[in-house]
Design a protein around this ligand. Structure first.
Ligand code: G3I
Length: 464
């Protein structure tokens, strides 16, 4: 959270006043020190104001100037999607994503990661996969990308758009869904294991109207995850609005009901088609709804200028094509400055939920075969993710086999970066084609997810 000394002082003063008069530790933002940019104004109440950023536009000085001045959170519009980060299986490319992340961080902005698992914008190799091979590839992608960005991401859209539109309330059919209904929770567990410090969000569109079946379905998913201890910290409402899909009258109710499940709520891709006063009023309604909900922690608009939008003809953003502030900008800024309950600091700091994960590491004794292996474990109630590190000895190796025994009753449900002899008991794990050769003293990793407990596994490694 970005706090100016001015806002800290104000928060302390107002906090003292409110606590003294009501006994409630609720901070009230006032307009006494209204910010003059979107980010600064949102920060006055502990919220953020972000934008989607396209790497290809960073060389445009108007665009870059508005980005620097107005926003304190950044989402890569396309550059962190699966087709961008893993164009060929197990070949990861982060060039454009890094440009965005590094720029944001150099300007003191935070980053929302978008997105780790999605039916859309899959690279060709993934579109053609199914079953357990796809499940493993998806989990490997989640693990690799979240690990690469560990410590740099405020919140990940772990899973995007997994539910159908319309009245069914059902999951969207996709190759990922066909790997089994538990694909969403598997993705969340893998993300938590890879980056325990990032907030983990489920993100979707058409989830703004509380009465809609899709909204209810996402609500039940989050409720179920919270009840079973599946790691989830936030819900993203994309909030793409136009005349066919207007801002619903019960929008604030939706935000509040999700927040009441014990998760943060974030407006992740806001744009509202229109112009003039009508558009400005719609932006005001959305921003005021967020400001009224304590755990609505921030708003991201899906682009900077109208001409940057995926819906450019609908002029849905806060700046016109020349970079001038629109009426919608002013109403948004005023709504941010009009105050509301301040986001408690505790909800902006990621904490480890009581159900896990907990991390333990077991290292094998050096094996006779020229390699060693160690297991790093992230456990939660009923499951675990194990990351196994294979390290070559003083000579390079051309292949390896790791043997480890799972505790009785535990089973492997998914694995990546290794072939295995079975799913329970003593399992032999062999390198796959791309990770058998390990230089002297260097390491490679494979991983698996399991049901039951994973503690007490002592791996042995032999090289070939
Ligand atoms: O960069 C290429 C360009 O080289 C090529 O000439 C051109 C030809 O079509 O395509 C360009 O890529 C396009 C890319 O945007 C960059 O502009 C893709 O075709 C196009 O499909 C892609 O659209 C993106 C869309 O997601 C894809 O699903 C939009 O930019 C992006 O704003 C949009 O974002 C999504 C969120 O991720 C999820 N929620 C909905 C939201 C809006 O659709």
């Amino acid at each position: 959270m970005k706090l100016t000394s001015r806002s800290v002082l104000r928060a302390v003063l107002v906090s003292t006043l409110v606590t003294a008069t009501t006994g409630a530790a609720v901070l009230l933002a006032t307009s006494a020190n209204a910010g003059t940019t979107l980010g600064a104004s949102a920060a006055e109440s502990g919220r953020y104001f972000g934008t989607a950023v396209a790497a290809g536009r960073l060389g445009d000085s108007t665009y870059a100037g508005l980005l620097q001045r107005e926003f304190d959170m950044v989402t890569a519009e396309n550059e962190m999607k699966i087709d961008a980060t893993e164009p060929n299986q197990n070949q990861f490319t982060y060039g454009n994503a890094d440009r965005i992340v590094n720029l944001a961080r150099s300007q003191g902005k935070r980053v929302r990661g978008h997105t780790l698992a999605w039916h859309s914008q899959q690279p060709g190799w993934m579109q053609n996969m199914s079953g357990s091979a796809l499940r493993s590839a998806m989990l490997n992608h989640v693990t690799q990308v979240a690990t690469y960005y560990r410590g740099k991401i405020y919140a990940w859209d772990v899973v995007n758009e997994a539910f159908q539109d319309g009245s069914s309330g059902a999951r969207r059919d996709s190759n990922l869904q066909r790997t089994g209904n538990d694909w969403i929770e598997a993705a969340f567990r893998a993300a938590r294991a890879a980056d325990p410090g990032a907030k983990l969000c489920y993100n979707d569109y058409n989830t703004d109207d509380w009465t809609h079946a899709k909204t209810q379905a996402v609500y039940r998913l989050v409720q179920d995850f919270k009840q079973r201890g599946v790691p989830i910290d936030c819900v993203g409402l994309q909030s793409h609005f136009n005349s066919q899909s207007p801002v619903p009258g019960n929008y604030q109710t939706t935000l509040q009901n999700f927040a009441n499940l014990g998760v943060d709520v974030q407006i992740t891709e806001l744009d509202i088609e229109g112009s003039g006063t009508a558009q400005a009023q719609n932006y005001e309604r959305v921003v005021k709804a967020c400001m009224a909900v304590t755990r609505c922690t921030g708003i991201t608009v899906w682009g900077i200028r109208d001409t940057d939008s995926w819906r450019a003809s609908g002029t849905p953003l806060l700046f016109d094509g020349s970079g001038n502030k629109k009426a919608a900008y002013t109403s948004t800024l005023n709504a941010l400055n009009s105050g509301g309950p301040t986001v408690p600091t505790s909800t902006t700091t990621t904490t480890t939920p009581p159900t896990g994960p907990t991390t333990t590491t077991t290292t094998s004794v050096p094996g006779p075969g020229g390699c060693t292996a160690s297991v790093s474990l992230n456990s939660w109630t009923g499951g675990f993710t194990a990351t196994v590190k294979v390290t070559a000895g003083s000579s390079a190796i051309n292949g390896w086999t790791v043997t480890l025994t799972l505790p009785s009753g535990s089973t492997v449900t998914n694995a990546w970066n290794a072939d295995r002899s079975g799913n329970s008991g003593t399992i032999q794990w062999r390198n796959v084609s791309y990770n058998g050769r390990v230089a002297a003293g260097q390491s490679t990793e494979f991983g698996f997810q399991g049901n039951g407990v994973g503690t007490g596994m002592t791996p042995t490694c032999s090289a070939s």
